[in-house]
Design a protein around this ligand. Structure first.
Ligand SMILES: Cc1cc2nc3c(=O)[nH]c(=O)nc-3n(C[C@H](O)[C@H](O)[C@H](O)COP(=O)(O)OP(=O)(O)OC[C@H]3O[C@@H](n4cnc5c(N)ncnc54)[C@H](O)[C@@H]3O)c2cc1C
Length: 510
């Protein structure tokens, strides 16, 4: 149990994460008499629902990921820090974050943890080598490179077998992300790329959507699921239900059907959109707070006021929290963060934690696009699909996109894409495709590095040739490691330099 210190400074709120939970948590504290420090390992607020449009060449990264410090520029009581949070000390009330070779410790009186979730391969992490997920900007750019690269390689393929494999795209998981991505790959092949190659017809591409369960968009119900499925099939997407993926390698996917049949799909380009695993900070928090548990996906089973046991000043919100009936969606994160901010403000006015009303989630519905001009939408008992649903989808996404500039550019890009055949963001580079595996290989042990090198196309025994000097990043960036403490949320120490202000100390690595 924590003890309440006497506050000699403004109440300090640390917010971890700059996604929907983190950003909305910080914004709702705008007029509060607090100092907010928002720490995130990414410098942007990423609008994940539109990542698939970056992956398929419709939008650029800038439209869906504005810099967090620019978004919060006018909020005078917030400081934005870039850093990967590696430790949360609940007793000392400090958060440690790391940026390159510097560790920064930030003190808090209240904490909002909104570090979200990442891809889960259900224990088969090596699938990630061949089938990236779609959670980050890097993922979306890598996928764009892989998708467009498959068409480019197919143009050069010397055998029909290889051409077929390169033109077979497998998307694993028929949730909203899988449905949207499969639909967009099909439209990319049929509309945008049609007529742009000499040796191949991109319309010959097969797009296969695999789902282990028996329905598309399961949580949205049978009616909408069937609607989405019919639309996908009309576009030529092969929807295969009750199809469990049991293995993935460089050249394809092994699938086990409901009747036990095991079969293989030859495919060069695979995408994983089948499961989520909460950020590791969830487990850390649970272990450090007596009696708090995590669920199967690693999400923190929070108290009715979204805090953890014994720490009424530590809120967990968004995809990291486990609350019955609250889906892992933007609305859950926004409402949870807004609630947490309200409790912090009420606490400043003397409200005791025991007086808090429990968090109540208001389900505003869910929706998914299938293709241009077609979406499915569920609001309360109302379920509808088609063009009207698509318009609703457009309006809602524009509303939640951050910043006028992003909205205007997005509208233009959508107009160009959906009214014609062109897409404005078709750039892709080899680095986008290779960088993730190359970085992993740099820090991998011998055996893993060899497998990663093989996945990168290196001949057997030639991982040095492909992976450069194998110098760990930390060593390449210099050996010194510094630590800076932030007591009042307003100052930090730049690596290798002094800055006038309230930074307390600098010492060797912890
Ligand atoms: C492809 C995709 C499509 C989606 N489509 C929809 C949709 O159509 N509708 C909908 O409602 N929801 C959708 N979602 C879900 C929605 O995006 C999430 O529910 C929402 O983003 C959760 O917000 P969050 O703040 O909890 O986490 P996130 O938005 O994931 O943000 C987590 C933040 O924490 C930071 N972070 C993580 N670990 C650390 C660390 N150790 N240290 C510091 N910072 C850290 C990250 O950099 C990030 O800024 C989609 C998600 C994905 C991936």
């Amino acid at each position: 149990m924590s003890t309440e210190p006497v506050e000699t400074h403004r109440h300090r709120v640390v917010v971890i994460g700059s996604g929907f939970g983190g950003l909305f948590g910080a914004k709702h504290l705008k007029r509060a008499d607090v100092d907010v420090t928002l720490i995130s390992k990414t410098s942007t607020h990423l609008f994940q629902p539109l990542l698939y449009q970056v992956a398929t060449g419709i939008l650029s990264v800038g439209e869906i990921a504005p810099a967090t410090r620019l978004v919060l520029r006018k909020q005078k009581n917030v400081q934005v820090l870039l850093g990967d949070v590696t430790d949360i000390d609940l007793e000392r009330r400090t958060v440690s974050s790391r940026l390159l070779n510097q560790t920064t410790r930030t003190s808090f009186d209240s904490l909002i943890v909104a570090t979200g979730a990442q891809q889960s391969y259900f224990g088969n992490d090596r699938f990630a080598t061949y089938a990236p997920g779609m959670k980050t900007i890097d993922d979306a750019l890598e996928l764009r490179g892989r998708i467009l690269g498959a068409f480019e390689s197919a143009e050069l393929a010397t055998t029909q077998e290889l051409r077929d494999r390169l033109l077979t795209f497998v998307v694993v998981g028929a949730g909203p992300t899988g449905v949207e991505l499969a639909g967009q790959i099909a439209e990319l092949a049929d509309r945008t790329l049609e007529g742009t190659f000499k040796n191949i017809d991109p319309r010959d591409a097969r797009v296969i959507l695999l789902e282990g369960a028996g329905a598309v968009l399961g949580p949205m119900g049978e009616k909408l699921g069937n609607k989405a499925r019919r639309r996908l099939e009309n576009m030529g997407v092969e929807v295969q239900l009750n199809a469990m993926v049991t293995d993935i390698d460089a050249n394809g996917v092994t699938v086990k059907d409901k009747d036990g049949t095991v079969r293989r799909i030859e495919s060069s380009c695979k995408v994983w959109s089948a499961g989520v695993q909460a950020s590791p900070l969830g487990k850390m928090l649970a272990e450090r707070s007596d009696g708090t548990e995590t669920d199967r996906a690693g999400r923190v089973v929070v108290e009715p006021d979204l805090t953890i046991k014994g720490h009424p000043n530590v809120f967990v919100v968004g995809d990291l929290m486990s609350v019955p009936g609250v889906p892992g969606q933007a609305q859950g994160a926004i409402q949870g963060a807004t609630y947490a901010a309200k409790q912090i403000k009420a606490g400043l006015n003397g409200q005791q934690p025991a007086e808090r009303k429990p968090f109540k989630y208001l389900n505003k519905g869910s929706m998914a696009t299938v293709s241009r001009f077609s979406a499915v939408c569920q609001v309360g008992k109302l379920e509808f699909g088609g063009f009207i649903a698509w318009l609703a989808w457009l309006a809602l996404h524009l509303y939640y996109l951050i910043g006028y500039r992003s909205r205007i550019v997005t509208v233009i890009q959508w107009f160009v894409t959906f009214s014609g055949r062109s897409r404005g963001q078709m750039a892709a580079t080899e680095q986008w495709v290779m960088a993730r595996l190359a970085l992993e290989a740099v820090n991998a042990d011998e055996e893993e590095a060899d497998e990663l090198a093989a996945a990168l196309g290196a001949p057997p025994g030639d991982r040095q040739g492909h992976l450069g000097s194998q110098v760990p990043l930390d060593a390449a960036l210099g050996e010194s490691t510094t630590t800076a403490d932030i007591e009042d949320g307003t100052a930090t120490e730049p690596a290798g330099g002094e800055r006038p202000g309230k930074q307390e100390s600098s010492r060797p690595a912890v």
